[in-house]
Each structure stands twice: as structure tokens, then as C-alpha cells.
Design a binder for this molecule. Sequence first.
Ligand SMILES: [Fe+2]
Length: 323
Amino acid sequence: MNFVPYPTETKFMRRIDPVSLETKEKVDWSKNIAINAATAHPHHDREGATYNLGNSYGRRGVMPHLFPAGEGKNDAADLSGAEILCSIPASDPRKPSYYHSFVMSENYIVFIEQPIKLDLLKFMLYRVAGKSFHKVMSWNPELETIFHVADRRTGQLIKTKYYSSAMFTLHQLNAYEDNRYLIMDMCCGDDGNVIVDFTMENLWASGEELDKVIPSQSKTYEPNDHSLINLPYTTATAVKTITVVFLFHEDLYNDDLLQYGGLEFPQINYTYYNARPYRYFYACGFGHVFGDSLLKMNLNGKKLKMSLRRGEFLSVIKAPLMS
Ligand SMILES: [Fe+2]
């Protein structure tokens, strides 16, 4: 690939030369496909096609669509052949969820309908008025999180609905399949106000807003002896209720992560390990509202290493630090 695209939740991408870092042309998603905005985190399959999720605004509200493009070219900015493969209706069309990324395993994509909701009326008004979208999103801890699973080749949505208690997520790490199970790892939390209130005012404030915790008010399903999961390497469980499968996660860290303030912006060695079992991921530690350390996690034993000390900052990484 000669250029890397850098999109960020708009209908535009900007090509950047990865060697000189020179800014190249702008690419408009909407000229190839009826999409108003797409995520900044497309996926590539091993045949070189790119997959992304993008919104369209229509009579049925804001709806995310999965679309593959650029078959065989491994170029997220090549939208040739792009077509909508799958549309995922929101459980409440008036209140679609905010999403920032998604995961793709060998056979499936997972869309997370999280309880961070968009107020469509405010969204349209602010759009017309050209105002900031602050306060367009709200955190609804009384709602549950819904995982929609689609076949990435046919676009068909799996009928079973998977639920968990209220959580918010920006970045997911990876997903892979093992013996008819789908394992999905992500950075998430149980207080979505962190995202809703993530404004410059709050970043420069004392941090009170960001520390505010509203406990989840979701219905509770206790894990029981009838977990559907029978994998030796995880304590995650799933129980079947009359209508859905309810999921209980396993933390991918030990208490030593707390000294770094948690982590975000996870990266794996994507070329070799996306959609496959993997051992390491890298992320920023958040001892401050801005990332202040570089962490490496060995998922085999959940061993955490700090690779870059606080106070040291990277400007450009020319080669990935993956192993
Ligand atoms: Fe992101």
C-alpha cells in the first residue's frame, strides 16, 4: 500500500504518504456509496478487501451499514465495488447508538449497540446551524448493551440477540473464533459519561466531571451453573434467557493496570493476528486525561509491561513495535 487513509467519523478520508507524511487528496465516501459518515477503523480481510461501518440518515433514522470495498487492494481509501452488505436497525429507531469501531473475525462482524444514544432532533438542528455536537449524545445506564452479529460474507444478521449490562466502548481489540465460539476483546467501561462529557472544557477542568460515576441500573442476570461457554482459557460466561443470550465478561488485566490509570487506543499486530488468536496488545496508559505511558500486555497470564515511561513522548513511529 502506497498511501494510508486517515478517516474520522465523517464522509471524508485524507490520504497520507506513509514515508514522507505528505498530505494527499481528500476522498469522499459518499461519491461511491450512500453513506454520510464512516468509522475511522476499517478492517481488511486476507484477500485484501476493506470493510467499514457507516451511517446513513433517512426516514428510518440513523442506521449503520456494513460495506466492503476495494476488493483485493488492501486500501481503505479505494471504494471501488463498495456496496451495502448489511444494515443494522436500532432497537429504538429514534435513538440510535453512537459507535466508533467494530470487530471482524474470520466469518463475522460484531456491531455493538451501546447505551450511548444520539438525540436525532438535536443532531439535525446542530448540523443545520453548524454548531458543535456537544450534548447530542446521552448515557443511558438503565439500558442494556446489544451485540449484533452478522456473517461478513453474506451480510445476514444472526437471529440470536446477545446482551450484556450497560457499558460503553470506543475501541475494540480483536475477535476470533474457536470451536464455534466467538471471542471478542475490547476496551470498555461502565460509565459512559466519560465519553459524553469528553469536551475540552472538562479536559482543562479539575476532572470532576470525568470522575463522575453513575452506577449501571441494568437488569441483572447472575451467572449460573448453566453457562453456554466451555472454553478452558476464559472465565467469561453466557446464560440463555427466554429471549436472549446474556454475556458476562472476563477482565483482561490484573490489579497492576490500576497504577497506569487504565488503558485505551489498543493495537495488535494486525497483519498477522487480526481475527486470529493473539497474545500481545499495545495501548496507552491513562494516568492523565491524555495518554502518558505505552503499555504492552501479554494476554497469556495478563502480564503488563510499561514500554515507554511517563514524560517521554513519541513523535513518529516509523516501524510498528509489534512482536
Ligand atoms: Fe479511534
